[in-house]
Design a binder for this molecule. Structure first.
Ligand code: ATP
Ligand code: MN
Length: 463
């Protein structure tokens, strides 16, 4: 007998097959005619399969009639055409085995709907709900599409370190990694003696794989990293996590416009794949979460992103007549409200902002001829704001060392990074895409904590 996923059992071509299926009960309904209907889900798709269980089964009274939401079962039976509405097939059970009961007095996931806040307290159970099952499948599709895009475009997948000694760019506050005894920290001359620490120096969890990514791009051409990233910013927002996943392509011989072109093509590919491969899940998000998500993605796949220099963006914002909570002027960084004005009201599409003031961007970005802007680019999308941050990198040794000195960075700490400019330097560029912001944008989920399996945020790491 063939074990079949419910996604397949639901297809017409399964009719007539004798199958084994496994999953969890969503509902049970007993008919007066002495048989029962079960709705079973196994996570392979959003839909449940309906199973008809005859009262003549030997364990009908002892097992079948006791089934409630959350119980796990194996069912053997025949797939038949369904007489019911909205489903092509159903299964007529010849055998049913219960693996685990779920006491309805205590099992939290009963029929009634729970808020996403409540479900965060049950992060170990929420994958069993429709919404979180759909998110897991979309997230998987996005990850797969990311690899497919780069793999078919000549990129090498590189794994950069998670423990790092370099405070890359000051991208955000960092988590310390240490084996020192916090109750009894060794000191010399009043300072912590890191020579006694595991790595013989202060170390942290990475905030970006970029610097190491550049090493490989400057040897192998086009590379990407895709891994966990950690930022200890104490910002309790709906778009920030302390642990998130970032995709970082880095390309030798790319300038800023090449970088923009890649980012746009990349996003369109990923969105297109989700639309094609996760139809059922996307319909769910469109119906239950945000009724614009499908139209938005379809619109983006077939449109052109706006490319807007930072200086022009400031002019637009100043002339907008809007009252912003944070005032904006040339030289200040955009806040979420400004990003949203540009993408949601002014242009109604993704916007690539570029050529930012040097003073608000890290040392490694290429300095333009005007001397006051750098070749940075952020891709902004409606609702979520920034999903990509990137730049052309400064590949001129003299400019780079000057910028580092200006920002108070010690050249010695970056000796290997500077070597890339000493030996065979080339123009190069790259960007970072936040996986969770991408899934947030695609699904319309308003809080980033709901698009990662186990969110890490200030004060919260229970699971
Ligand atoms: P923001 O200004 O939104 O805090 P950032 O400019 O600090 O982001 P970058 O350093 O440019 O972020 O990181 C690249 C991408 O990583 C961002 O565009 C975003 O998609 C994602 N990202 C950054 N910080 C976080 C975070 N704390 N949680 C989730 N995703 C993040
Ligand atoms: Mn950024």
């Amino acid at each position: 007998m063939e074990t079949m996923l419910i996604a397949h059992v639901l297809q017409r071509d399964a009719i007539g097959r004798t199958v084994r299926l496994r999953g969890w009960i969503r509902t049970r309904r007993d008919s007066k005619g002495g048989f029962s209907f079960l709705e079973i889900n196994d996570g392979s798709c959003m839909a449940n399969v309906q199973v008809v269980v005859d009262g003549k089964l030997p364990n009908y009274e002892t097992d079948v009639k006791q089934l409630t939401a959350g119980c796990s079962v194996t069912i053997e039976g025949e797939v038949r055409e369904s007489a019911g509405q909205g489903q092509a097939t159903e299964v007529h059970a010849t055998r049913l085995v219960v693996h685990g009961w779920a006491d309805p007095e205590n099992y939290p996931l009963q029929k009634k709907r729970h808020s996403f806040e409540k479900l965060r307290e049950w992060a170990h159970l929420r994958p069993r709900t429709n919404t979180f099952g759909a998110i897991a499948r979309v997230r998987n599709c996005v990850s797969r599409a990311i690899h497919d895009f780069f793999q078919s475009d000549g990129f090498l997948y590189i794994n950069t370190p998670i423990i790092t000694a370099s405070d890359c760019e000051g991208a955000g506050a960092m988590f310390r990694v240490t084996t020192l005894d916090l109750q009894n920290v060794p000191k010399s001359n009043g300072k912590i003696d890191y020579s006694l620490d595991f790595f013989d120096r202060p170390t942290f969890l990475t905030v970006s794989g970029q610097l190491e990514g550049e090493v490989f791009a400057c040897a192998l051409g086009k590379i990407y990293t895709f891994g966990p990233t950690f930022r200890a910013e104490n910002s309790n927002t709906a778009r920030h996590l302390a642990e998130f996943w970032m995709v970082e392509p880095e390309m030798a011989f790319f300038e800023l416009t090449d970088n923009m072109e890649l980012a746009e093509r990349f996003l369109k590919y990923v969105f297109g794949r989700v639309l094609a491969d996760c139809r059922e899940d996307m319909q769910f998000f469109n119906e239950r979460i945000d009724n614009t998500v499908i139209a938005t993605l379809e619109g983006i796949v077939g449109s052109q992103f706006v490319r807007l220099p930072y200086t022009e963006a400031i002019e637009i914002l100043e002339a907008s007549g809007q009252t912003f909570e944070f005032p904006i002027s040339w030289g200040t960084d955009l806040q979420s409200e400004h990003e949203r004005y540009l993408t949601e009201q002014k242009f109604r599409c993704p916007v690539i902002l570029y050529d930012y003031p040097a003073t608000i961007k890290p040392f490694y970005m290429y300095v333009n001829d005007d001397g006051r802007t750098v070749r940075a680019m952020d891709v902004l999308v409606p609702k979520v704001g920034e999903i990509i941050g990137g730049s052309q990198r400064e590949h001129r040794l003299d400019v780079l060392t000057r910028r580092m000195a200006e920002q108070g960075l010690k050249a010695d700490d970056y000796w290997w990074y500077l070597d890339l400019r000493r030996y065979g330097t080339v123009p190069h560029a790259g960007f970072g895409l936040g996986l969770e912001r991408t899934v947030q944008f695609i699904t319309g989920m308003t809080n980033i904590r709901d698009v990662i399996p186990f969110p890490r945020t200030p004060g919260s790491a229970e699971f």
